[in-house]
Design a binder for this molecule. Sequence first.
Ligand code: UT7
Length: 321
Amino acid sequence: MNGNFSRIVGTGSYLPAKVLTNHDLGRMVDTSDEWIYTRTGIRQRHIAADHEATSDLALAASRNAIAAAGVRPQDLDLIVVATTTPDMVFPSTACILQSKLGVRRCPAFDVQAVCSGFIYGLATADQFIRSGQYRHALVVGAEVYSRILDWKDRSTCVLFGDGAGAIVLRRGDAPGVLSSHLHADGSYAGMLSVPGTVCGGKVSGRPLLHMDGSGVFKFAVRVLDEIVEETLAANRLKKTDIDWLIPHQANIRIIHATAKKLGLSMERVVVTVEHHANTSAASIPLALDEAVRDGRIRSGQHVLLEAVGGGLTWGAVLVKW
Ligand code: UT7
């Protein structure tokens, strides 16, 4: 097949074994299961073991996606990892993942768009495949947010979790990925950030997550509304043409707002936030893998993926399954 479209031919995911419930958090900070669940829809999150790096989570998810696609690691022409919690300053987590997969030479790089990272990574890989340059691409979202949280700050530590999801894209004659839509507004950089950096052999600035939660909430609802309209218009589709919404899993109230905008019943929305919390770049491929493996998503259906996150960044990808 030498067509100029990309199609998702395998999905995979990985969650660390340790589970931290809202009740566990209630023993660590002044919060409750009731507050967390009603404000966010979260009941629990997974936490990486001390020995697990982002690349380890990415490796486990990638192996599952590669097996599902029926390819070998050496068939990959491109590796893109979306992460905000890389193993180290450099080399990229994608290069470390490539080595752990036991392959060499194919290009490997990280994409940094925080919670929109998987959408950015998928859009980037799709462009390389559409241009005819590559046949197989691995796109991964992997995060260990537990390492950048202030575990004494109840307004942020209850919201996030660790995990990884991956897909394999293959060039083909028919879509596949119908369109991708990416945006950013850096004037909101301070609204959601980890301001620390490495400087002169020391960490300079606070290396922990800071968020104006209600500011991000309002921004998210507005731009997700807009991105849904933009994506439908670009594909000349109606709201009723969307079979599945796979939103970034930050807050069930944001997800409800997007579903309402689309006129979609919640049965058509893949929701994992209850069990995973917000896993940033990993949340969409984790949710996608769950819905593919349990048979909800079927051939010929329109699947809309959308996210918003630090940057601020936002975007959507529409896929025909
Ligand atoms: O991944 C993409 C980026 N992230 C997001 O999309 C997250 C967007 N934002 C949100 O999801 C919500 O804004 C939050 C869940 C973060 C907060 O919900 P909210 O309804 O906007 O609450 P709030 O920040 O207005 O806080 C309400 C109250 C405050 O108390 P006062 O000032 O009203 O007395 C907080 O101190 O809730 C308090 N509070 C908590 N109480 C118990 C904040 N965190 C907690 C907590 N437990 N964990």
